[in-house]
Structures are given as C-alpha cells and as structure tokens.
Design a protein around this ligand. Structure first.
Ligand SMILES: NC(=O)c1ccc[n+]([C@@H]2O[C@H](COP(=O)([O-])OP(=O)(O)OC[C@H]3O[C@@H](n4cnc5c(N)ncnc54)[C@H](O)[C@@H]3O)[C@@H](O)[C@H]2O)c1
Length: 486
C-alpha cells in the first residue's frame, strides 16, 4: 500500500519541505501536481467574483497554531439548556478536570434543573442565570470562565459567541457558529483580537468511522484524494412539528425564512478534514441547488391538526439543498442537507481518490461502511470497512471507548468534550479552530447567495487570510494523556 506519511507528526514535518517524497506520492504531487491544473481551470471558468478578504484588524494576528492557555481545571459556563445543552451536561460534569460553574437559560427553570443535575452528581452546585435575554451577558460579566458552551437556537450564536470571547473565555458553539458571512468574519476577527479560541462543537468529526477515514486518507490508502461527499440527511419532520421539542418552534421557523443549506457541517467537516482544508488546501467556490419545498407541508397536511399555529406558516426551504464546493487544489466536495423528507439517517461520509473509495451508511458490516482500495482489494467487490477501521482506529477511540460509551451519539459527544478539556488542561492547540469553523459554516450564507443567483458559483472567503497554505495538525492528532486531577 502506498503511504504518504506514516504519522501526523511526520506529515507536518514534511510540510516544511514539499519536495519530501514518501513512498508512492510526494507531498509536491499532492499539493502542487496534476490537481493544481484542474484548480486553475475551475477558478477561471467558475465566473464567481473573488470573495473580498477584509484587512486584519490592527494589532491582531492569526489564531492558527495558537495553543490554549493552560489551566488545571476548566471552569465552564453553559448557555442554552434545551435538548442539546442538557444532553451535553452529563459529560461536562464527568470529564476529568472539567467543572460546570454556571448555567444559563432564558427560561430560569431550565437553569435550575441543570444546576440540580450537577449537584445530584455530587459536584459543587453551579450558579444559575436565567429569566431574560440578558441573563447570558450577566453570567459572562459575573463569572470567570475558561470555556463557554453555547447550545441556543442558531439566531443567537453569533452575538453570544462574540460576547463570550469579549468576556475572555474560549467558546464552543453548537452548529452553526453564525448564519451570515459578516458574522463569520466578525467571529474570526474577535477571536484574533481577544486571543481566545472559538470553535464549532462538531461532534461528528469525532465519529469512529470519520476519524479512521481521516487517518486512512492521510496515510494514502485512497491514493490522491480527489472528491468527497457528506451531508446531514435526517428526517426531522416529527420533531419539527412536536410541540415543545424545539423551543418556540425555532428550527421549523427557519424553513419559512430562507432557501439555504442550514446544517451541512456534520457531513462536510470530516471530508474537509480528510482534505486538509485550511491546512494545505481551502474551499474556493460553492454552487448550490435546492429541490422544491414539499416535505414539511405534506407532513403537516397528513399529521397536524388544522387549528395548529403551524398552519399560518409557509415552508420555502428546498427539501434537498446540495452544495458543490471546489477547493484550491482542484478537489470537489458535495455537501447535502435534507431534514424534510422520509428517509433513514445518513451523513454520507464518502471519500474518493486515485486508488480507492470509502463509503459510509451502506451497512456493509458492523462499521456500517464499505471500502475498496488498491492494491489491497481487487475484483470489483466492495469490502466491509472493519479490517481497515481497526488498523486505522484513532487513538482517541482506542483510549476512550469505555467512558465514551456513556456519552451521546454513540460516544462521539464525550470524545469531543474530553478532547477540548484535555487540550485546555495541557495547553495544546485545538483540533478545530475559528477558521475551520467559519469555513464549514460558510455554506449556510453562501448557499443562499448561490441559489439567489440561479445556481451560479460564489466564492468562499479565505478566512485564514493566507494561512491555509501551511500544513498543520488538526483532528489527525498525536496521542497525549489527560493530566491527573489533584
Ligand atoms: N451537535 C449536535 O449533534 C447537535 C444536536 C442537537 C442540536 N444541536 C444544536 O444545538 C443547538 C440547540 O438545539 P436544541 O435542539 O437544544 O434546541 P432547544 O430548543 O431544545 O434548546 C434551546 C435552548 O436555548 C434557550 N434559549 C433561547 N434563547 C436563549 C437566550 N437568548 N439565552 C439563553 N438561552 C436561550 C431555550 O430556552 C432552550 O432551552 C442548535 O444550534 C442545534 O443545531 C447540535
């Protein structure tokens, strides 16, 4: 099998010299060879205007490769204690060295319920903030927090994330970190100014298949990576119309506001990681299409009583919104979003290269994924992914399989939370930074812009302001330990 690099550290070491050739392909081939010609052709023919990159704010500098300031105990404040916030609370309480010191929800009773839960777990009772839309600011003004975790509806993420940065905390924001381009830039700039990290809580990037696929891709199992497909295909219809599930109907209301790929990040981010996006390559242009909006209205027609408030709503977002995204090095990504139609769950999670392919969600064996890679496979027959996944199992899964089993979403939530706390307690560079987060969330506003232009390509801004050319570690990390709690 051709190996590009034998370890993540070796990969970054080699990045300093792009002539360094591992067996098979050299990094020069990977970054500057045949695909670069395709990239030029793509940019020249796209017709997309070059995205404006605003000048860096005075006194600011890049957050790429910036380590967390080291702390022994990570003091955490939570904003938003609905389904997700309460779901993540258990692991914030149980990860070694984390302490939930403050909890906030506009609904004060939810803050009380969260504080009760922490106290019932035998931990010090966090202080409660709630009762108004200013409660989160009061928490930020009052508490000395190392980390703020935000799990409110999408429309609040930008303002709350920015306020938390300005209060001097690092910030983990649920998907997406913001929904407008200027807001994404504002979070990049504020992170650079405050020297605090803001990152997307992209739990699916820590899925066992996703992390093994990433390591296979980096190790050259699929040859030169040329394309990938990911998405968020989840039939949310019953939850969207379930009174009380999404507080004040916030998620259904978004489908009345715009035609957009609201939430492609769970499928896009793992593909972007495998392609070293912002770490050797970058997203350059995006073209979006939307199918007709039928699913939500059809569901309402069949299952929702006529006197329900949703009958005043008109659903305009397309059921399937597809983004085709090209990269500077000539790769293609298809990112999909569909939460409005009947279908089994899938994030697609597929990567293709000159020597093979990985496809998830096809049920080939216990991993749910199948592979085909030369020269280990031949004969035009798919193989279940279990043998390769075992060979490429990420150290986080090898080390944390036991404790992760108690966490949400098959364990990847716990692994994400453990890793953030571990990196803060050891003063490491975060796996996911504000540039990754902004790039992965940019399809939300850019899909709107492309669809408004009748499916014309639009440019993806370079949020790194040129730093993307430097190879650096990310999710394909080197094993380190969690410090003991003293
Ligand atoms: N990563 C994942 O796997 C995952 C899974 C589910 C949800 N999410 C994300 O989590 C976020 C929350 O989703 P949810 O399903 O928990 O929604 P939810 O409606 O259940 O919870 C939102 C909570 O935010 C509170 N809130 C609203 N405005 C507030 C404000 N101004 N200040 C403080 N609190 C406020 C609400 O009272 C509610 O308790 C969304 O961004 C969603 O996309 C992520």
């Amino acid at each position: 099998m051709s190996r590009f690099f034998t370890s993540p550290r070796e990969k970054v070491g080699a990045a300093a010299d792009l002539d360094t050739a591992a067996s098979g392909f050299s990094r020069r081939n990977l970054l500057g060879g045949a695909l670069a010609g395709v990239a030029l052709a793509t940019a020249a023919s796209s017709g997309a205007a070059t995205a404006a990159v605003p000048a860096r704010k005075q006194g600011s500098r890049s957050m790429a490769n910036e380590p967390f300031n080291q702390v022994d105990t990570v003091k955490i404040g939570l904003i938003g204690l609905g389904n997700r916030g309460m779901g993540m609370l258990g692991s914030w309480v149980s990860v070694p060295g984390a302490q939930v010191v403050a909890v906030c929800d506009i609904r004060g009773d939810r803050a009380t319920r969260a504080a009760d839960r922490v106290a019932n777990a035998g931990k010090p009772r966090p202080r409660e903030y709630g009762g108004s839309d200013a409660s989160f600011q009061k928490m930020l003004d009052t508490e000395e927090l190392d980390l703020v975790y935000i799990a409110t509806p999408w429309e609040f993420h930008h303002a709350q994330g920015k306020a938390a940065l300005k209060a001097g905390a690092h910030v983990g924001v649920e998907l997406p970190i913001a929904t407008e381009l200027d807001e994404l830039w504002d979070l990049v700039d504020t992170s650079e100014q405050t020297r605090k990290h803001l990152f997307l809580m992209e739990n699916c990037s820590y899925g066992r298949n996703e992390l093994a696929m990433l390591k296979m891709a980096h190790d050259g199992v699929f040859g030169e990576i040329t394309s990938g497909h990911g998405g968020y295909l989840h039939d949310l219809r019953s939850l969207l119309f379930n009174d009380g599930y999404y507080t004040d109907d916030w998620r259904r209301i978004w489908h009345t506001k715009s035609v957009a790929s609201f939430y492609p990040m769970h499928g896009l981010a793992p593909i972007a990681a495998a392609m070293d996006i912002n770490r050797g390559d970058r997203l350059t242009t995006l073209t979006a299409t939307a199918s007709a909006p039928r699913g939500l209205a059809d569901y309402r027609e069949r299952f929702v009583p006529r006197d329900h408030r949703s009958w005043k709503e008109e659903y305009i977002n397309g059921d399937l919104v597809t983004c085709m995204i090209s990269t500077a090095n000539g790769r293609m990504i298809r990112a999909e979003h569909n939460v409005s139609q009947p279908r089994p769950y899938s994030r697609i999670n597929t990567i293709e290269g000159s020597r093979g392919i990985f496809e998830d969600y096809v049920g080939a064996d216990a991993t749910g994924a199948r592979v085909y890679a030369e020269p280990i496979h031949s004969g035009d027959t798919w193989r279940g992914a279990s043998a390769l996944r075992a060979e490429y199992d990420h150290w986080l899964w090898k080390d944390l399989e036991g404790p992760a089993a108690g966490g949400g979403h098959g364990g990847m939530d716990y692994i994400l939370q453990w890793r953030i706390v571990q990196q803060m307690r050891t003063g490491q560079v975060p796996d996911i930074d504000v540039y990754d987060s902004a790039a992965w969330c940019a399809p939300v506003p850019l899909s709107v812009a492309s669809i408004e232009k009748g499916g014309r390509p639009v440019e993806v801004p370079d949020f790194t302001r040129g730093e993307w050319k430097k190879l650096r570690l990310g999710l394909d990390s080197v094993r380190t330990a969690m410090p003991a709690v003293v």
